[in-house]
Every structure is written in structure tokens, then in C-alpha cells.
Design a protein around this ligand. Structure first.
Ligand code: HEC
Ligand code: HEC
Length: 263
């Protein structure tokens, strides 16, 4: 028998051995890739394709559950460093007129005698964001919310630019020599608290972080307690809530007195 005749389909031994090998290959594929995986009760496979993937080593991760939507309103403002940084005289003028309604509480010059927050010299992006959050209900305050309720987007921009244009006025508690508490300059790394100054100004200013200098201690304390308790929850990504929850009552007191004494 020549070589040609040996490897030809006419040689029954050759066709039978090729056929048997192919049959074994198909059978082992079915057993290994489909049957055995399907026999494993804890794999919970939903079909043949799943079984093949599982045998091939594709990790069978649980399908992510749909993200749980929060049961409360969250802020819809996207703060960027460029937001409302351009001084626009027309806007500022309109803002000044609109701000007359706000003077009883926030002061005619944006500096409050009562414990409402000072707005003079506040970053426009912050004032705009807070107004917007009061309007949408992401931040709630019985006194303040009604005043934001019927402002248009343009009104909020104008008022924000107006207050940003007013000069900051030092508080009656001014004491620039007061040393900053440790939490302002170094934070508390073991409790995941970054230094306050890394966002609020001593070290760096991050867009959307309010200017705190000269703000009344009563207001600062109330806000930190509200963040800690979750009654104020308009901070994007919970950045302030996560910090306030980890602060001690003494630290809250210290930062409130420190920021009140700053220009
Ligand atoms: C009756 C008093 C009152 C009036 C009038 C009022 N506000 Fe307020 N405002 C408050 C109080 C109180 C707060 C603090 C709310 C809190 O504790 O969450 C506040 C907070 C704010 C804040 C947030 C400041 C921050 O640093 O987070 C902005 C911005 C603001 N008011 C703007 C305005 C504007 C603009 C007007 C006028 C259209 C106005 N307010 C009218 C009492 C008032
Ligand atoms: C990662 C940046 C970041 C750090 C660090 C940080 N803050 Fe804030 N803070 C913010 C932002 C952003 C807001 C505004 C939240 C919002 O959108 O209303 C805010 C708001 C506040 C307010 C409310 C001010 C107002 O006018 O409404 C207080 C008070 C405050 N922070 C105090 C602190 C203190 C004290 C520390 C340090 C223990 C601190 N923050 C650390 C980013 C930061």
C-alpha cells in the first residue's frame, strides 16, 4: 500500500479512526463545556451559552442591580471653576435691584446682623448653586426656601454676581491672629477628614466651596450639624456630609469660632 492510499477516504481504517477521533472531540466538548457545568447546582446557569462561558472561565458576576435612586432631591447644579467668573455690569445692576428683597435678613450690604449667612464677597457660583438648590428643594430651609421659589435662572445668576461684587466686610469678631485649629490645616487623616483649608481657602480653593471667613459661628455650627445629621444634603457627592459626620462637637465649635474671626 502506497502512502497515498494510506491517507485516503477509501482506506476504511483511516476514515474510521478520523471519525472516531472527531466524535470523541465533540463528545468531550459537550460533556466538558455544557453538561458538567450544568450539573453544578451552585453555578445557577441560565442556559447553554452561560455554561460554555463559565467553563471557559468567564467570571459569572452578579448583574449589577439598577442604581438605587435617592428618596430625596439632589442638587442638579454642575459647578465648574469658570462658572460665573465674568463680571457683567448689567447683571450686577439687575442683581442689586433684586437683592433689595433679601436685605432684611442678609443685610443691605450683604452682611447680616442676624445669624443669616453673609453673602457679600461670596463666590457667585456658590450663591447661584445654593439658590438653585433652595428652589429645587435639594436644600430646605423654612425661612429661605420661599424666597428662592419664584426666582428665574437669570435672577439667580444676577443676584449671585451682585453679591460676589460687594466687598467682604470683616465681622465684629475679627481676630486674624487666632491660630487655625489643626483640622483646618492638617485635617484628620485617620478619620478621612481632609484639611478644611484644602477646599475652603487656606491651602486651596475648590470650585463650589463657600467662603467661610467672617460667617457667624452660629451659622457655621448649624450647617455642620445639619450636614452631620443629614438634614442638609445638597453637597455634591456627600463631600461635606462625610466630613461633618466624623467631626467631634469640640472640633465643630473650634472651626466655627475660627472662621468667624477670619476676614
Ligand atoms: C427672612 C429672611 C431671609 C430673606 C428675606 C432671604 N434669606 Fe437667604 N437665607 C436666610 C437664612 C436664615 C439662610 C440660612 C439657611 C440655612 O440655615 O440653611 C439663608 C441662606 C441663603 C443662602 C445660602 C448661603 C450659603 O452660604 O450657603 C443664599 C445664597 C441666600 N440665602 C440668598 C438669598 C437671596 C438672594 C435672597 C433674596 C432674594 C434671600 N436670601 C432672602 C434668610 C433669608
Ligand atoms: C473636598 C472639599 C471640602 C473640604 C475638605 C471641606 N469642605 Fe466644607 N464645603 C465644601 C463644599 C463643596 C461645600 C458646599 C456644599 C454645597 O454644595 O452646598 C461646603 C460647605 C461647607 C459649609 C457650609 C457653608 C455655607 O455657607 O453654606 C461649611 C460650614 C463647611 N463647608 C465647613 C467645612 C469645614 C469646617 C471643613 C473641615 C473640617 C470643611 N468644610 C472641609 C467642600 C469642602
Amino acid at each position: 500500500m502506497s502512502e497515498d492510499e494510506l491517507y485516503s477516504p477509501r482506506n476504511p481504517w483511516f476514515s474510521i479512526s478520523v471519525g472516531v477521533t472527531a466524535a470523541i472531540a465533540v463528545l468531550s466538548a459537550i460533556v466538558g463545556l455544557i453538561w458538567l457545568p450544568l450539573l453544578q447546582p451552585d453555578l445557577k446557569l441560565s442556559g447553554i451559552w452561560d455554561a460554555i462561558c463559565s467553563a471557559a472561565g468567564v467570571p459569572n458576576l452578579p448583574r449589577p442591580a439598577a442604581a438605587v435612586p435617592p428618596t430625596f432631591k439632589t442638587s442638579n447644579v454642575v459647578v465648574t471653576p469658570e462658572m460665573l467668573t465674568r463680571q457683567d455690569q448689567v447683571s450686577i445692576g439687575r442683581g442689586a435691584t433684586l437683592a433689595q428683597r433679601c436685605a432684611i435678613c442678609h443685610g443691605p450690604q450683604g452682611v447680616s446682623d442676624a445669624n443669616s449667612p453673609n453673602l457679600a464677597g461670596q463666590y457667585a457660583a456658590v450663591t447661584y448653586k445654593e439658590l438653585n438648590d433652595f428652589k429645587t428643594g435639594a436644600r430646605v430651609n423654612v425661612v429661605m426656601s420661599p424666597f428662592a421659589a419664584n426666582m428665574t435662572d437669570q435672577d439667580m445668576r444676577d443676584v449671585a454676581l451682585y453679591y460676589a461684587y460687594l466687598p467682604r466686610v470683616p465681622s465684629s469678631q475679627l481676630n486674624p491672629g487666632l491660630p487655625p485649629p489643626a483640622i483646618v490645616v492638617t485635617g484628620a487623616p485617620l478619620r478621612n477628614i481632609p484639611p478644611c483649608g484644602s477646599c475652603h481657602g487656606e491651602i486651596d480653593i475648590k470650585a463650589g466651596s463657600p467662603w467661610l471667613g467672617g460667617q457667624s459661628a452660629v451659622y457655621i455650627k448649624a450647617q455642620l450639624q445639619a450636614f452631620a445629621a443629614g438634614t442638609r444634603r445638597n453637597d455634591i457627592s456627600e463631600q461635606m456630609r462625610n466630613i461633618a459626620r466624623q467631626m467631634t462637637a469640640e472640633e465643630i465649635d473650634q472651626v466655627a469660632r475660627y472662621y468667624e474671626a477670619q476676614p
